[in-house]
Design a protein around this ligand. Sequence first.
Ligand code: ZN
Length: 163
Amino acid sequence: MKIALILILSSSIVFPQGKSQKAHVHGAAQISIAMEGLKGEVEFEAPADGVIGFESEAKTPAQKKLVQDAITTLKSRGGELVIFPAASACKLTPKEVEVHREGPQHAEVHAHYDLICSKPISGEIKFGVTRLFPKTREVSVTFVSDQSQKSAKIVGDAGALKP
Ligand SMILES: [Zn+2]
């Protein structure tokens, strides 16, 4: 399994949850949204079990395909993971998607997107994580902007976050 790992931290935006705080709970995920004006970043992090289906090193062609499929989904369907109000015309552009080991038995999937909106966000942000990755049921979301700081727990894609 060879996945390009390029971490570019060019932004001054600070995510409210540092990496040290994240918990590895199968079936759960974390999404951080940070905005400054109309621009921002979205980070998605989840145990690979809930996204790929397993956490061991991918060895067989079938396992490698599952990893590749998950990465392709994360790269191409970020706008379905985090669903911004249509009126804000936000666009998510994948910046980095990777799978990293967490000790000998566990692995995490991490996706990082650039976010740009045409208008300020008015209305609710919704989520479609469980629709894309049915084994991931629970998502802890944080939103931080120059105007607000909110968090929400989304279970089975129900509920929303209002910035
Ligand atoms: Zn695990």
